[in-house]
Design a protein around this ligand. Structure first.
Ligand code: 4AD
Ligand code: MG
Length: 432
């Protein structure tokens, strides 16, 4: 029996001269001079196959010519090296069978971005999308490998939560029987409880933000890689931020050369990502921005515009530390050397993606935490279980959250974050 092989094997030259069976989807067909050319795609690549009318007969030849784009087919033939074929190899076909027919596939060239989002369930088959998804798979692997090799336990927090951690304005409500609860913004509060048990922990899970902001780097549902370490301050979290970004960049450069080439991303740039990353304070960031004529008032959070300007000043992601306390979440530790600041940080990447990581050392003092909750309009009673983390054997701890879709966006250099995820959720896009 003829062996079934992935297209990738053929393109690597592993099958030349062999008789093979290939299954996949029709990328394109054309015929000329009694030869039908059929580009076939599977998950591993695209290969050309050719069928000669004089060999396969009129009936089968007509069937091949009539096969629609994206039909699922199985072919058999002999692999030959051929410089004229895309990829340098072709399968000289002898048998052809349609498994799943397809007529009038709705996606042709030059369609609008909105239409491609409407037919996302089909557009995900495109070479561009599958290239991104392969990179994305490597990024997830790299995050898991990094934290596991660093001695972290993977642990899960709930998605449905009674209280938020990142401020009420971006909380999604869920009707939970007869009460209103929320979709999680971050594992933050649970991580601070779990870290007293497992000491070094991480997770990769969906987070939700009801942000109407329509920017090229915001989703309403995104994948959040978060870590928390006990007995450690901000510096330790910073080193892990550098470590995990570096690991992801290096792994993608090593494993996804073909995909990066297709997406037009320079693999050598990703190879150049190594610690130490440049590190400045919020005050220094403001000085640099003002030096470039960007007007920004002290105390304000950096917006997309300012982040972009800052990111462009460095080749590596830049770490910004010591943010003004006023705008920051209640759990971030007040700087013991300046009560107006918190020991918080962001990693801001050059190019697309922007803020990849946000994190901090956590406030150890129970009374300061309560006051911060009140200042941010929350009722400390609702957080009482969380406050127990400070009542019973609390230790210094720090952590961060990383937007995995933003990391993928940056690694692939994608204009819009929605192309970093198969089925994006934005304020106006929730189907398919
Ligand atoms: O900076 P954020 O809001 O920090 C937290 O949620 C902390 N509780 C994390 C922690 O310390 N455990 O979010 C962290 C990261 C951001 O830096 C960004 O990369 C990503 O999550 N992020 C988003 N990604 C896509 N779409 C959105 N709407 C995002 N909001 C945040
Ligand atoms: Mg942030």
């Amino acid at each position: 029996m003829t062996e079934r092989v992935p297209i990738g094997d053929i393109l690597r030259g592993d099958r030349t001269g062999q008789s093979v069976k290939v299954r996949g989807w029709v990328y394109r067909t054309r015929s000329s001079g009694g030869i039908a050319f059929l580009l076939l795609r599977d998950a591993t690549g695209v290969v050309q196959s050719t069928f000669r009318k004089e060999e396969v007969g009129d009936t089968l030849f007509a069937a091949i010519e009539a096969t629609g784009r994206e039909a699922a087919v199985v072919i058999e033939g002999t692999v030959a090296e051929d410089k004229r074929a895309p990829g340098g190899y072709e399968v000289r076909g002898s048998a052809f069978e349609v498994v799943g027919p397809s007529a009038n596939f709705p996606i042709a060239r030059d369609l609008s971005e909105e239409f491609l989002l409407d037919v996302r369930h089909l557009w995900i088959r495109s070479r561009r999308m599958t290239s991104v998804f392969k990179v994305r798979s490597t990024v997830f692997r790299a995050i898991h490998d990094y934290f596991r090799e660093e001695g972290f336990y993977e642990v899960q927090a709930p998605i449905i939560t009674p209280v938020g951690s990142e401020g009420g304005s971006s909380l999604f409500q869920v009707r939970y029987f007869d009460r209103d609860l929320h979709l999680t913004q971050s594992w933050q509060l649970y991580a601070e409880a779990l870290v007293m048990a497992l000491e070094r922990i991480y997770t990769i899970a969906p987070s939700f933000r009801a942000e109407k902001s329509r920017t090229p780097r915001h989703l309403t549902e995104y994948w959040h890689a978060e870590m928390e370490v006990a007995w450690e301050g901000m510096e330790e979290a910073l080193r892990h931020g550098e470590g995990v970004i570096t690991r992801a960049a290096q792994e993608v450069a090593a494993r996804n050369e073909a995909e990066l080439a297709y997406l037009g991303r320079d693999a050598d740039y990703l190879r150049s990502i190594r610690p130490p990353f440049p590190q400045i304070t919020y005050d220094e960031a403001l000085e640099r921005l003002q030096g470039q004529g960007v007007e920004i008032e002290w105390g304000k959070d950096l917006r997309t515009l300012e982040e972009r300007a800052l990111g462009e000043m460095f080749d590596l992601p830049v770490i910004v530390t010591h943010y003004p306390k006023e705008t920051q979440a209640f759990y971030k530790r007040t700087d013991p050397e300046d009560p107006d600041l918190v020991l918080a940080f962001d990693f801001i990447a050059p190019g697309r993606g922007g803020e990849l990581i946000g994190g901090s050392e956590r406030e150890p003092d129970l009374e300061v935490l309560k006051a911060n909750l009140v200042r941010t309009g929350e009722d400390p009673k609702a957080y009482d279980w969380y406050l127990d983390t400070r009542r019973y054997g609390s230790v210094p701890h720090s952590g961060f959250g990383m937007g995995v879709d933003r990391l993928v966006q940056w690694v692939c250099d994608l204009e819009h974050i929605r192309d970093a995820i198969p089925f994006p959720r934005t304020p106006t896009r929730y189907a398919p």
